[in-house]
Design a protein. Structure first.
Length: 191
């Protein structure tokens, strides 16, 4: 549960910036104004509605990614006929992110061992050089990995492994999801 909450807080910080724009919609009574910025009743209702939808979407996305393995998600994307190039990019990114993190940590350890310090300007310059070097290293490594994949017969489309059949838990969760969705729609229509 703490991992889920941490993820939602970090993701909602980015979504919250976009949501602030919905607060200043026209229409309804003006609650607060400062120059050309006006907070209205319609803006508050839209902000509440969009915020709730964004939180529910983030919650569902994070529950899915925390409970399902990445290879299973990639197989599901292939089965759902997501463009193969997009699935291949996601699969490569998933496999390659750990290599990138290890390379960055090695560079950071090397900088610390060389007494990384001094003025803030010097630190920014060192960090900038680290990112430039990391970009070049990852680009070259990516080229080598791609050539090795082609040599082994990579066609650009991820291979789908066997799809597991649904059990009783899947049926219960789908039924509950449908009931909640229909209940929400009924409440919306009755207003």
């Amino acid at each position: 549960m703490p991992v889920l909450l941490k993820r939602i807080v970090v993701e909602f910080a980015f979504v919250g910036v976009v949501l602030l724009g919905t607060l200043f919609r026209g229409g309804g009574e003006t609650i607060w104004s400062w120059g050309s910025l006006k907070v209205t009743t319609v803006g508050l209702v839209v902000l509440g509605s969009v915020t709730l939808k964004a939180l529910l979407s983030l919650l569902m996305l994070n529950v899915l990614t925390l409970t399902t393995s990445i290879p299973a998600l990639l197989n599901a994307l292939v089965i759902l006929r997501v463009p193969p190039l997009l699935v291949a990019i996601l699969a490569s990114m998933y496999r390659y992110i750990n290599v990138l993190l290890r390379e960055f940590n090695a560079m950071r350890t090397a900088a610390k061992s060389r007494n990384f310090g001094g003025s803030p300007r010097w630190q920014r310059q060192v960090i900038g050089n680290m990112f430039g070097s990391l970009f070049i290293r990852t680009y070259e490594r990516g080229e080598r990995v791609y050539q090795a994949m082609q040599a082994r017969g990579y066609q650009g489309v991820p291979v789908v492994t066997s799809v597991p059949s649904g059990g009783w838990r899947d049926i219960v969760s789908l039924t509950l999801t449908a009931i909640v969705a229909l209940l929400g729609q009924a409440i919306y229509l009755l207003q």
